[in-house]
Design a protein around this ligand. Sequence first.
Ligand code: SF4
Ligand code: SF4
Length: 106
Amino acid sequence: MCGNAAQCEYITGLTRSGGVWVPEFVDKLNQENCAGCGRCYKACPRQVFELIEHPDGDYLGGHKVMSIANPGDCIGDGVCQAACPKNNITCQPLKKKEVWSDCSCT
Ligand code: SF4
Ligand code: SF4
């Protein structure tokens, strides 16, 4: 344990001046409300998203919807959440225990 529970529990990053910040990684995407506009895809610097056929086939006339194809490449900048005009994307801090199962943090 590092003694700082808030900073210890979640994965953190550093600013250029050494300040600690908590990244928010992509967690959920509501495909039922997705317009397939591609804004999240264009905004993401890590190619996390992929446009796919809607799982229900002819949903809303057959347009495609976005999917979270490569969640493991997310760096937690939260840009996709801000870019979506339909508020479809949820980003969340990630507990270290979710990534490293042997982590001793609470
Ligand atoms: S949080 Fe950033 S890196 Fe992660 S999916 Fe969204 S835009 Fe891409
Ligand atoms: S920005 Fe929002 S509406 Fe547009 S493709 Fe991404 S999730 Fe769908």
